[in-house]
Ligand binder design. Sequence first.
Ligand SMILES: Cc1cc2nc3c(=O)[nH]c(=O)nc-3n(C[C@H](O)[C@H](O)[C@H](O)COP(=O)(O)OP(=O)(O)OC[C@H]3O[C@@H](n4cnc5c(N)ncnc54)[C@H](O)[C@@H]3O)c2cc1C
Length: 401
Amino acid sequence: MNEFTEVAADLLLVGGGHAHVQVLESLCEHPLPEVTVCVISDHPHALYSGMVPGLVAGDYEVGQLSIDVAALAARARARVILEPAVHVDPARKLVRLRSGRVCRYRVASLDVGSTIRAAGIPGVAEFALPTRPIGRFVERVERELAAATETRRRLRVVVVGLGIAGIELAFTLDARLRALGALAQIQLVGRSEELVGRSEGNARRSPGYLTRLHDLARTRGIEWIDDFELSAVETGAVRSGSRRLEADLVVLATGAAPHAWLRDSPLPTCARGFVRVSETLQVVGVPSLFAVGDCAAMEAAPWVPKAGVYAVRMGPVVTRNLRALLAGTPLERYTPQRDFLAILNLGERRALATKWGVSVSGRLVWRLKDAIDRRFMRRFQSEGLPSVVAAGRSRSSPEES
Ligand SMILES: Cc1cc2nc3c(=O)[nH]c(=O)nc-3n(C[C@H](O)[C@H](O)[C@H](O)COP(=O)(O)OP(=O)(O)OC[C@H]3O[C@@H](n4cnc5c(N)ncnc54)[C@H](O)[C@@H]3O)c2cc1C
């Protein structure tokens, strides 16, 4: 083996997403002394998506939602390579990195998230602020807000996308801009097919949920337009065919699309281009490779939305299955939950919660969300966690919201 260009590991984790940080946490607690572990990440930090709208609202600093993947990996005695993966070859069991370096593995797992849908629409690359990849969005959003509020007295913001992310961002941007003293006009636009009530199982069972969201938006002066099919973004405007809305800031929350490099690798993919996995989270027909979180599409549950809550819940299962495969013991199935506690940050330290068809909103709900999110983050942020993580800590899986 060429030591300079090749790395070999028994276990290779590609990406430091919501599931893989839990694999690393488990390796801190229960190391596998005979197993060499390597983590590849394009960034030393990973972001916890549940707190991103809170960051936009001004509730949190970026450090509060960052997980130091490199430090976590070091505590787990894993080698870390901070470089993007650009190709997976499951037949030869290797992952290629941007520099050309090759990582060979015995068992590997992909948790690399997703990129944004509609990125190819004219003007998006030049004039819009996409919400995925989430790390890049967080890097840019503060800059964009500062620049926009510095140069304009009245700011017109168009948020494109009627899923959970778009709705939360419309509310939290509104709250943040008002707190900054800017006179803002927020328009939330998209197609009715992507409405939160259509894609999320729990919301579907709550007919009053959308009405409530519409009412809350109206109260806040957020204009909700649900027949807007984005066709172009240009300087100072967005278009849907001949319809034109003026915009100083365009935020694109149009949902998840697969990374091009994964789509181009010889992997089985669904019609949308996400990596197909079985109930054990193994890539279909490739037992040595797992895929979790946004980048995966479960064959048995194609309805699973691209949401952090599912990536979080896959974490303990992929952890146990990676250990099982390495040890040659039976694997377990992951069963995605149909309903979960969804909490939308509405800014102003208010939130809207829904479960079992019931929704409630207010400051107490925000405090509940804040407590759930902080509890999840504490698992990865405890200063100087030794190789063996403090005993007795709650092992409950968080309800990411
Ligand atoms: C604004 C916004 C708000 C959201 N809010 C919520 C919410 O409240 N609740 C919810 O459930 N979901 C929410 N989501 C959805 C959520 O962000 C995603 O579903 C979730 O992040 C997916 O987790 P993941 O582990 O698949 O990937 P990610 O969390 O995206 O992690 C992927 C990791 O892989 C790394 N990576 C990427 N490419 C490469 C590469 N080529 N090589 C190596 N490493 C790589 C990245 O650095 C990153 O750390 C929100 C999304 C957005 C855009």
